[in-house]
Design a protein around this ligand. Sequence first.
Ligand code: HEM
Length: 487
Amino acid sequence: MTDQNRKPYLTNNAGTPVGDNQNSITAGSRGPTLIQDVHLLEKLAHFNRERVPERVVHAKGAGAHGYFEVTNDVTAYTKAKFLDEVGKRTPMFARFSTVAGEKGSADSVRDPRGFALKFYTEDGNYDMVGNNTPVFFLRDAIKFPDFIHTQKRNPATNLKDPNAVWDFFSLSPESLHQVTILHSDRGIPATYRHMHGYSSHTFKWTNADGESVWVKYHFRTEQGVKNIDEATGTRLSGENPDFHTEDLYAAIDNGDYPAWKLYVQIMPLKDANTYRFDPFDVTKVWSQKDYPLIEVGRMVLDQNPENYFAEVEQATLSPGALVPGIDVSPDKMLQGRLFAYSDAHRYRVGANHEALPVNRPRAQVHNYQRDGFMRFDGNGGGAPNYEPNSLGGPAEQPESKQAAYEVSGLAESVGYDHNDHYTQAGDLYRLLSEEEQTRLVQNIVDSMKPVERDEVKLRQIEHFYKADPEYGTRVAEGLGLQVPQNA
Ligand code: HEM
């Protein structure tokens, strides 16, 4: 293709040399362009197809590669192979993101941050798709599309809409805990490096003896938690909307590799029935006094992507990508997510998205799925494409079955059986220093001020009041309103 002294020559996508990449073929220098210029046609047509749909949420993000190293023996709890030996390293990929904004939106906005990890384990890919907060706004997947509509743009004005945001929050009191975190100092991390990550949901770990426990993950930043205030966030949104993206890239480029320590909270299976609230409710945290943090390992990001589209935009991470030793819990949000992500990936990237380099497992893939758009590996060659077969095709591995789990109850549309949305939100408020409380209240007041209907504001003030009377009273005062009588 090239000799020592020459640049590689330009080709079209079929590998054929291109003679002229600056001038279209025209009928004379003043004449119209000829359709026979297939190189021009290919360039224009390919350009038209450069975009894949952005993620419907978490569209703006940054990613990097690295590794995970086990630092503590957790084999008593899980048989997951990538966690089975202290010192074992597993290659991984991480993507951090904002939630509500579009792909080109500013990084330094008040919003949860996505904290999505892919571990290329010997048992196939394990994804941990969490956020930088330990709880979520909702606890049933059925409410997620409505919630996201309120975070995105108004259908008529195409503007962000505080009326929709607070109307929905005030009618969904389960959001109060996360709403409080969001408007606290942690609502705008200084960078992606300076935030913790959480599974938020409960998962189930099962050891080699078949014994299971419930588990929640905490990735604690070694850089320390740092946040920025609303004014700094607003300024950066204008001055450098890609501030967090740039920071992550530059840190890794300079050899200043960001790292996080993974800890887990472990709950014995039987405690779930008697704990003071339903431990699968993702709007709640488990007390660390009840279930202290246990160290697991350390994740280090030490390599930037070489190509953003190939490695970050096309990355597909799913809470349903699990490995033997790690299963789901009955958390109603998590259960919905098990459908949503892989479905989004098939739509956004295609049915064979797992064959792309960033998504491809480092473990061998053997199954009977074939064909589909963009099947660019060997497609199973001539091996049997059905099962059962007597031709020595890949066979199931019974020891990798999910651990059995007893369930009972009536099949019906039913919520969690407890509705205390106030205790943990109030505890958090009371835990904050006077200055932190003042900034929290101010951030809420600034966000609620543009809401047009007092009815919405008063409904939300009631929730703050129920969490802590002082909290509700201060928000009401900031908005020039009275706490409602019935609060
Ligand atoms: C991305 C759905 C709740 C964290 C996404 C995507 C969808 C989705 C469709 C885009 C996926 C893609 O195109 O690749 C949902 C639904 C939820 C839910 C239906 C509730 C039922 C949550 C929760 C968390 C979370 C509770 C965190 C604990 C993330 C993250 C991403 C994401 C981090 C970005 C993943 C990446 O970087 O590629 N979500 N989500 N989501 N979601 Fe959720």
